[in-house]
Every structure is written in structure tokens, then in C-alpha cells.
Design a protein around this ligand. Sequence first.
Ligand code: PMV
Length: 322
Amino acid sequence: MIQVSAPGKLMLFGEHAVVHGKPCIVTSVDQRIEVKANFNGANELVVNAPQLGIKDYKQTVMQLCRQEMPKQMCFIEATVKRFYQKYGLKKGLNITTHSQFSHTFGFGSSSAITIATVKALSLLYQIKMSNKEIFDLGYQAVLDIQGVGSGFDLAAALWGGTLFYRKAASVVEQLKIKSLPLIVCYSGVKADTPTLVRQVAELKRKQPKKVIRIFNQIEEITFKAKKLLEQKKWRELGGLMNQNQKLLEKLEVSTMLLEKLIKAALNAGALGAKLSGAGGGDNIIALYPTNKRKKIGQALRKAGGQIMKVKLNSKGVIFSIS
Ligand code: PMV
């Protein structure tokens, strides 16, 4: 039996611009997804994913991704299909997943499942794969399903820690960070990332000059943030978060609810705050001076947010074999 676990992620800087070739900074969260895999002696893929409401889902190996399937199954099935095609395999498998977090929170459950599945399959078949090969296969599977995305979430699930990242893992740089004094607050609204990514692409098509200028400004912020994070210059870093948020507002992905939460955090003493991820909902992050942490948390709750108890800068994919 192979057991693999991969972490979720949280975007810190550079969302949307990263889809268009700019860098971003992403950190891994300690909420993880576990994938167990073993051969079942049949010619079927059998999946159990209790947190996703999937019980004994069965599909013959030859039919993977050919039929209608429950949405949550797509990532597992597309990943197995890509892996089996690449290596010419056909043995039946049992896959069981266990998630420490709900897929509604925007922590990247699908990317964590994808990476954990590729890793589990490589261990099960004893196929040596470099991290870049694992990434590439996972990225293909995600693009099969979503059609869009930079792959930053897959990189966080695989390498872990806090990464300076460029699309398709053309740059993956681990930042030397010990602490990240951030409060993560869920807005209560689930965001649909592919829709927002397409919306920004459409804005870029209509107003290329404006949007490219915004992407360039976000890039500059991301480069500065990389340095400041490593130097623990929190006050300046907070300023950059606020600037990044303003640019996301110009990209029209922020919402009144997210801005209400951001304002509440800033009024309570946060050094900076911004939405994290595609926008439209999901989470905001607020940088706190140690003495204001409690107050900011209270203010966010009062404004209707849900404080997420997550540790950041967590380990990437890990496994055990029994
Ligand atoms: O919504 P999230 O947390 O998955 O973040 C999306 C970040 C984008 O840059 C908008 C998309 C991407 O794939 O990089």
C-alpha cells in the first residue's frame, strides 16, 4: 500500500498576472490531502473519497475520462489516464483519498489530489520521476480538466514551502522564510477560478494596454515582496499587499465582501491585506503585527469572515510505503 500526502496552498502575491507569464509567490498550508493506492487485480479504477461524497466509484481503465463523471472525480481520473497513457499501463487500481479540508475553502484540493495521485502511481509502479516530470504530468491533467491555470497550486503541493514561481514551473525558487505572520480569513463565498481567469483574459483582450500595465506593476510588486519576505520587513511588505490589492480591484476580480473584510483588518491594525487567489470570493490574507493579531481576528469575525486556522510554509508532498 502506498500512502502519499500533499498540502494545499495560499497565494501571497501575483495572482492572475502569473497566468500571463509574470511571477507569483505562493505558500503551502498544513491542511493536506492523503491518497492511498494499491492494485486491485481487476481492470477497473475504484475510487473512494468520503469527503467528496464518492463511494466505490468504478470505471474501467480503458474508459477513463470518456464518460460523464462526477466533477470531483475528474482530477483523479484525468491524472490516472495521463499516467497510464505515458507509461502504457492498464492494471486496475484502488484509490482512496482523505482530505483535511473542505474543497470549498480555496486551498487547492484538486491540485493537491493531482500531485498526490501522480506521486502515488510513480511509487506503486516503481517508476522514477523527477519533481519536474511529476509536475508536468499533473499540469497536463489539470489543463485537460480546467483548460486554464498557471500551475502554481501544483508546485506548492509538490515542492512545498514558500515559492517564487513562474507558469508551468519554468521558475521554482524556494524562499528562505521562517515565519509568515498572516491571518487567513474565508469570505464564505466559493470562488470559481477558471471563470475569473477567463474574465481577466477577456478584459486583457478588450483593454490590452491597461491590463498589461497592471500585470507589469504586479510583477514589480512580486519581485519586491520576495526580498522583503526574506528580510522580514513586514511594514513595507504590508504596503505591497495593499498595492497588489488595488491592482486586483482594477482587474475587476475583487468584491464588496472581500473589500469589507480587508477594510476591517486594516482598521484593526493590519499592516496590509489583500484577497488571495482568483478573487470573486474565497480568502483574504492580512499581515499582522504580533500585538494586533487578536484584534484583527475579532474585527474580521465581526465583519462576517471565518478565520482559518492554518499554518503556512508547510512541507511539500510526502509518502510512506507499507
Ligand atoms: O483561486 P486560486 O486560489 O486557485 O488562485 C488562482 C490564481 C490565479 O492566478 C488567478 C490562477 C492561476 O492558475 O494562477
